[in-house]
Design a protein around this ligand. Structure first.
Ligand code: PLP
Length: 426
């Protein structure tokens, strides 16, 4: 009989016998067929993460807009579009991806502090649902672009509630010192200004306080601050049709214990009900919590290199594929695809890139030899979408697993692809 051992926080990835599987697919087979580094995503894991939000919002008017910056691969967007999601975008390029994946532009919200006139025009012509405006200057420009097109832009103002999300400073966005949103104390003035502009139609309010949030309190605090503002804005005669609470819910990377999406929303909805806003149209913009634990990156050990102070396990994935450790000192679990017997050695798992910052995991206890396959876990979010071609390394291929089927959803980029748009002079 084959034994199955699930990995903590990874219900769709498990050792069956001596082999790591995602759903019904052996990961070693995918690595052999497509090479490494290789991103592999579980469709069931994505839909299960989405289902937790859907359960949380049962009986409410709510739209889930997947924050596609977390993972913008077309087939991933297609999974969420088919499941009824809208999308939170931050560029005209992301809008093109939504349309290419079959997403509904009317369910798109456009966030970001630096939208250009061209992007505003593109989004207005596509008929997106709402612009999350992040400054007073943006209000003026958006109104003028909309007037030129003879349209009215639906807007929601992203307010900065000045709440500490208690997360890494690089992914905290709701504090006074952050570049995002309009300060809480200036929000009413900005709403009055928006309501006076001919090219705008105020439809909502928005906030987003950060990413990888593992506590409920920052959300509850932000909600209180936002609802205080809704009351003030509506008292000034400006109707707020929807309230958007952003994204940010964390995932289990290394024993982290974020609330489940449905449990979080039970508490938030109780507060909304208590304050009389429970029947409003709600929006959220989750990214990481929908895809983060749906992905692994498979990588092959090139060499092991014993050192005086450290042992290194040099693998073929690197910071260009997996930028989070280098950027945020982030932790990803690293496990063997086919565990081997032997004495474990403590390694720093590093890539081939010429930077000391090119590490994937520090002080990991592993039994490995060159040629072995490792799986870097929790790599569905902010990995492929942040990948680069640094050191002229083509970006990895991607596979989507659905039950016992595996679909190649992105071909491996060749070194030639990385310089295909360049030319010599003369
Ligand atoms: N919405 C906005 C405006 C964001 O900036 C982000 C990410 O930083 C998100 C949503 C998604 O956040 P997360 O992936 O943490 O859910």
């Amino acid at each position: 009989m084959t034994t199955t051992a699930s990995l903590p926080g990874q219900p769709f990835i498990a050792y069956q016998g001596e082999q790591l599987h995602m759903e019904g697919v052996r990961l070693v087979d995918l690595a052999r067929e497509h090479g490494t580094p290789l991103f592999v995503y579980s469709k069931a894991a994505m839909l299960s993460a989405l289902a937790a939000y859907q359960r949380g919002f049962a009986g409410r008017k709510a739209q889930i807009c997947y924050a596609m910056k977390a993972n913008s691969s077309l087939a991933v967007l297609q999974v969420f579009a088919n499941a009824g999601c809208g999308f939170d975008i931050v560029s005209g390029g992301e809008l093109l991806r939504v349309l290419a994946a079959g997403g509904d532009p009317a369910k798109v919200i456009f966030s970001g502090v630096g939208k250009t006139r061209a992007e505003m025009k593109q989004a207005l012509q596509a008929g997106i649902g709402c612009f999350n405006v992040e400054s007073e200057a943006e209000l003026d420009v958006l109104s003028s672009v909309a007037c030129e097109l003879g349209l009215k832009a639906p807007v929601s103002l992203r307010v900065n509630p000045n709440v500490d999300a208690k997360t890494h400073p690089y992914i905290s966005t709701g504090l006074k010192g952050n570049k995002f949103g309009i300060a809480h104390e200036h929000a009413l003035r900005a709403y009055r200004h928006a309501a006076s502009l001919p090219g705008l139609q105020v439809v909502g309010i928005d906030c987003h306080i950060g990413s990888q949030i593992t506590e409920v309190t920052p959300y509850l605090d932000a909600m209180d601050r936002v609802l205080d503002l809704v009351a003030e804005i509506e008292a000034a005669g400006i109707a707020i049709h929807h309230i958007d609470f952003g994204g940010g819910l964390g995932i289990d990377y290394n024993g982290d214990t974020p609330p489940a999406a449905d449990a979080l929303w039970a508490q938030l909805l109780a507060k909304l009900d208590a304050r009389g806003y429970g029947q409003r149209q709600l929006m959220i913009e989750p990214g990481r919590s929908l895809v983060g634990n749906a992905g692994v990156c498979l990588t092959e050990v090139i060499f092991t290199k014993p050192g005086e102070q450290k042992n290194f396990c040099i693998v073929d994935a690197a910071m260009n594929d997996l930028p989070r450790p280098a950027m945020y000192e982030a932790f990803h679990q690293i496990v063997p695809v086919v565990p081997r017997a032997g004495e474990a050695v403590t390694y720093d798992v590093v890539g081939p890139i010429c930077e000391s910052g090119d590490w994937l995991g520090r002080d990991r206890s592993l039994v490995v030899q060159s040629g072995d396959l490792l799986a870097v876990l929790s790599t569905g979010a902010y990995c492929m979408s942040m990948a680069s071609t640094y050191n002229t390394r083509g970006r990895a291929a991607e596979v989507l697993v659905d039950g016992d089927k595996a679909h190649l959803i992105r071909q491996r980029e060749s070194a030639f692809d990385t310089f295909a748009l360049e030319q010599l002079v003369g």
